[in-house]
Design a protein around this ligand. Structure first.
Ligand code: SF4
Length: 351
């Protein structure tokens, strides 16, 4: 009767007696789900969770909002946007503020919706606000491809698309272990995460259910005390090493890498995506000669530090007072994936 009894994920987590470990939830959806599912209450005191830059709306720099407001008010285009972006503060105003001044803004649920809107309204110059990671970028590329195939002349895309792998590399050292976002890795594959192990970066890919998240934390707490960098794919039913070949091919056929500004992280070389020259007619910045704008963030807002894991939302002086989901001062309080909104919704003043 020599066999060792297998421990459950919950037992591994509850009986953890290893060293302190800082785990970064790279993805805002993980931050929200970990709060919502009550997983924070289960984790041992040695575990510190910090939020990262994996919320596309949050990392989009303020200048992007300013560009969109300029297009709506000066060029009178119709903006098609995901609802999250509407209340993100710009330098002078948010898109909601521009709408109150007469801007024509349509809320859409996918880039294809924006294409469909443009096709149905040939009299309207339509701009899709393409803010997103690898999870939504393939659909934006598909919309552009369809627009070109249909010969649509009144549709273009204001790109702020970003890719996560370059951000992981730039976040090296900001946490002991990364909780990689399952949906991003489903598209990109895990080869880049595996390669980071050689540079001393540990991480696990996690899904979004309670069971998947508990498994991911149990794997971290079993491996971290061994003192060796590691990578484990804890979401194998969805994520593979090579990712979605067709999704990556679609993106590569329409967009190419460019340097991109991330709120809080600065410019990360080749971490953004812009339309290839063959699709220049669908590039809003070229079509309307959008001027280079210099945005100004509210000095009270610490979103930049929150997104680097240097500051918890509740450590921001205006959290829950001057800044609430109804009256957001920064992007992290607006977005459904924002860390400040997660803390406000579930964590109160927890630090
Ligand atoms: S609480 Fe508000 S002001 Fe403070 S960092 Fe978060 S979004 Fe910015």
């Amino acid at each position: 009767m020599g066999g060792t009894k297998k421990r459950t994920a919950l037992e591994i987590i509850r009986r953890y007696d290893g060293p302190p470990v800082r785990i970064m939830e790279v993805c805002g959806t993980h931050t929200h789900e970990i709060f919502r599912l009550g997983i924070r209450q289960i984790l041992p005191p040695q575990v510190e969770l910090i939020s990262g830059p994996g919320c596309p709306v949050c990392v989009t720099p303020i200048e992007y909002i300013d560009e969109a407001v300029w297009l709506a008010l000066e060029k009178k285009v119709t903006l098609c946007t995901f609802g999250d972006l509407l209340r993100v503060p710009g330098t002078e105003m948010s898109l909601a503020g521009a709408r109150s001044l007469g801007a024509d803004i349509e809320i859409v649920y996918s880039p294809i919706d924006a294409y469909t809107y443009a096709a149905a309204h040939p009299e309207k110059e339509t701009v899709f606000l393409a803010v997103g990671f690898e999870t939504t970028t393939p659909a934006a590329c598909l919309a552009v491809k369809q627009a070109r195939a249909a010969g649509l002349k009144n549709f273009s895309v204001l790109t702020a698309n970003k890719t996560m792998p370059m951000a992981y590399a730039s976040l090296k050292g900001s946490a002991d272990v990364f909780l990689y976002p399952g949906h991003v890795e489903a598209v990109m594959g895990t080869e880049h995460c595996e390669a980071l192990v050689a540079e001393g970066v540990s991480g696990v890919v996690a899904g979004f259910t309670a069971k998947e998240l508990l498994t991911a934390f149990a794997v971290i707490l079993a491996k971290y005390p061994l003192g060796k960098p590691f990578f484990v794919n804890c979401y194998p039913r969805v994520v593979t090493s090579e990712g979605s070949i067709s999704g990556k091919e679609l993106m590569a056929s329409v967009m190419e890498p460019c340097d991109a500004e991330w709120r809080g992280l600065g410019v990360i070389p080749l971490s953004g995506l812009t339309l290839r020259p063959a699709y220049a007619a669908y590039d809003t910045r070229k079509k309307y000669a959008v001027p280079r704008l210099k945005g100004k963030v509210n000095p009270l807002c610490r979103c930049g530090e929150v997104l680097q894991g240097k500051c918890k939302p509740s450590q921001c002086g205006v959290f829950g007072k001057g800044c609430t989901p109804d009256h957001p001062v920064g992007a992290c309080m607006v977005s459904q994936e924002g860390a400040c909104s997660a803390y406000y919704q579930y964590g109160g003043m927890e630090s």
